[in-house]
Design a protein around this ligand. Structure first.
Ligand code: 13P
Ligand code: SF4
Length: 381
């Protein structure tokens, strides 16, 4: 990579130094790098980022749109990803897939995550060793060639690779139903990981009864806490994972909002528990939530069950609508929140000086099959 444009920082590229700078200086310096690098740099941001970070990004999206953007963008020479680790991994796999590398004469597009501690606790609930033993155990009681493994995009590249190598696929909250349809057209069962709620909510909405689902808890000694009979009955085997932010929403929050205003419209993310999604008026990805609020007539009152930064942005954007956060508990995603002006400036100035930091690079062996699973997803929708 050579993104250098004779950029000079006043001080050594030490994160602590950036953390000592005032916000307006950081903003100015970030803008300076973006201005100088121009279209060679693509700064992507997930909708859960703080306003200050969104304002300094080129494009924003939900996980599905961000995958598409990373896959399609042809001009940029570097991507800085204001999001979490699995998103940067996905961008690396898609931006550096063999056909793109060939087009660029082998030159990689580095994908930078400004803070390496910006992980996703849900993605970390499934690791590859535990998944492999789950698959082996399943093979003792059912024929695993009957199972399509589906992984939510909130998962490590190794999990995506496992799925890709076994005829499986990735989904996001924007296309989970279409992906499940695709999976059932291939085989009669699915293993859905790592978010039990997205898997259960999507399957229920497709008419699959809960009796035909099994919950696989990897902490249990035998068959994820199931007996052979319930696994044999299951069309959907759900991994025991959840998002700690969306797990906070309760049916009582919806009842309270409706008591206060019977006209209120409740919209939630499908990572919320079943009882919450079933009581809500609508559920969907962050992109779908934004679209629904945007398209609603003036005067509409919304109570939104997803991350607080996004809800506050909607609230401030639509003065003619009332937008409330559904819960009374703090709903910030602590890992998305780690991306701040100091990390972004530090990452950008290092990139501009050709001393990139925090480059997310998925091993070629893992990337190959993970790409297969991602490409299947991009073809389904
Ligand atoms: P979206 O794909 O809906 O943006 O969601 C990502 C996520 O991490 C939700 O918690
Ligand atoms: Fe992960 Fe939940 Fe944060 Fe989304 S909100 S990035 S699922 S921890």
């Amino acid at each position: 990579m050579n993104c250098s444009f004779n950029f000079r920082a006043e001080k050594a590229f030490d994160l602590k130094y950036y953390q000592s700078l005032p916000n307006d200086t950081l903003v100015e310096r970030i803008e300076a790098v973006r201005g100088k690098m121009g279209s060679r740099l693509l700064v992507l941001a997930h909708h859960y980022q703080k306003d200050s970070i969104i304002a300094l990004s080129d494009l924003q999206g939900d996980s599905y749109k961000l995958c598409e953007l990373a896959a399609k963008h042809e001009q940029c020479e570097a991507i800085v990803f204001s999001g979490v680790h699995f998103m940067a991994e996905t961008a690396d796999i898609l931006a550096n897939r063999p056909e793109q590398l060939q087009r660029r004469g082998g030159k990689r597009v580095p994908v930078v995550l400004p803070d390496l501690d910006a992980g996703c606790s849900l993605a970390e609930m499934a690791n590859i060793e535990v998944l492999e033993s789950c698959w082996n155990e399943l093979g003792e009681v059912i024929d695993v060639s009957e199972i399509t493994p589906i992984t939510y995009v909130n998962s490590t590249a190794a999990i995506k690779s496992f799925c890709g190598a076994r005829g499986g696929i990735v989904c996001t909250s924007a296309n989970a139903a279409a992906v499940l349809d695709w999976a059932f057209a291939q085989r009669r069962r699915v293993l859905f990981l790592p978010d039990q709620h997205l898997g259960r909510n999507t399957a229920l909405a497709m008419g699959i009864p809960v009796e035909e689902m099994a919950l696989w808890d990897p902490r249990q000694d035998k068959l994820g806490g199931n007996d052979a009979e319930s696994i044999g009955r299951a069309r959907v085997i759900l991994w025991h994972g959840h998002c700690s932010v969306h797990q906070l929403f309760r049916p009582a929050d919806i009842e309270k909002a409706r008591r206060a205003d019977p006209q209120v419209k409740i919209i939630v993310h499908p990572e919320c528990p079943r009882e919450v999604v079933e009581l809500a008026d609508a559920s969907g990805s962050t992109g779908m939530i934004i679209d629904a609020v945007t398209a609603s007539p003036a005067g509409t009152h919304w109570a939104v069950g997803t991350e607080l930064n996004l809800v506050n942005r909607l609230k401030n954007r639509f003065a003619d609508k009332q937008v409330d956060f559904l819960s009374s508990e703090i709903g910030i995603c602590p890992t998305m929140y780690r991306i701040d002006l100091a990390h972004l400036c530090w990452a950008l100035e290092n990139l501009a000086a050709d001393t990139p930091v925090n480059v997310i690079r998925v091993d070629d062996d893992v990337a190959r099959d993970a790409l297969t699973a991602l490409e299947r997803m991009l073809e389904v929708r």
